[in-house]
Ligand binder design. Structure first.
Ligand SMILES: C[S@@+](CC[C@H](N)C(=O)[O-])C[C@H]1O[C@@H](n2cnc3c(N)ncnc32)[C@H](O)[C@@H]1O
Length: 237
């Protein structure tokens, strides 16, 4: 998602960094670079040793909802480059984390990381084998690569979220939580109703670190009701 390269070369103009347009840099990547240079969360992430500004979205969500406290086993879907897992490890140092991403990720102490597609048949079993027990928390920051067509992008990302939710309700321990990135127009009523059948509370949130212009929102589902035992009907609404 990071277009272009370049060393920056910005000069301050009225407190804002401006970037000279280089011949080999597109207007889009110049804008991206300018935004990065002027983003306080990017600076903070650098200063505090987080690999991504996304780390602050999880920190802010946790400040509001408190799902990290006491977590012992955590799954991080779409882990790269690793900001969310760093937050988990710093907040709850004893927690074991397993993560998965299409992209390679540099090692993180206390985390087992798979470079594979979460949508592949074998992914759920590989994650669970590595975790060695039911998680208290399933995180998903997965987003499909955007194609620029808003409806298509929302649908593709919602496909990932729904797969993450299906996995979460299959593996979570009762009382556990599911936190996932959704698109504003994407978490449709039927999906929210399905989550509400499975969790005591389901809330939508847009943490301050999530850029105002982006359509990204998060869903925080807490108090997993558990799977019905054999012969028992599924929980109602
Ligand atoms: C916004 S980034 C995650 C940032 C991360 N939470 C952090 O703090 O560093 C979304 C990630 O989802 C991954 N992703 C998208 N589709 C995936 C899939 N099918 N399986 C695994 N990872 C996927 C992308 O490769 C990308 O790295």
């Amino acid at each position: 998602m990071k277009p272009g390269g370049g060393s920056g070369g910005g000069r301050p103009v009225q407190g804002r960094q401006r970037v000279k347009t280089a011949r080999n840099r597109s207007a889009q990547s110049t804008r991206w670079l300018e935004r990065q240079l002027n983003d306080p969360y990017v600076r903070r992430a650098k200063a505090e040793g987080y690999r991504s500004r996304a780390a602050y979205k999880l920190l802010e969500l946790d400040e509001r909802f408190g799902f990290l406290k006491g977590a012992r086993r955590v799954v991080d879907l779409g882990i790269a480059p690793g900001g969310w897992t760093q937050v988990v490890r710093r907040r709850v140092p004893g927690a074991a984390v397993v993560g998965i991403d299409l992209l390679p990720v540099d090692p993180i102490d206390g985390a087992t990381i798979f470079e594979m597609d979460f949508m592949s048949d074998e992914a759920p079993a590989r994650l669970m084998e590595a975790l060695g027990g039911a998680p208290d928390l399933v995180l998903s920051d997965m987003a499909a690569n955007t194609v620029g067509h808003p409806q298509t992008d929302a649908l593709r990302t919602m496909g990932l979220v729904e797969a993450a939710h299906a996995f979460a309700i299959e593996v979570l321990r009762p009382g556990g939580a599911f936190v996932a990135k959704v698109f504003a127009g994407g978490a449709d009523a039927a999906f929210v109703a399905e989550m509400k059948r499975n969790f005591a509370t389901v809330k939508h949130a847009k943490p301050p670190a999530s850029r105002k212009g982006s359509v990204e929102w998060f869903v925080v589902a807490q108090g997993f009701k558990g799977r019905p035992s054999a012969g028992e009907p599924a929980a109602e609404g």
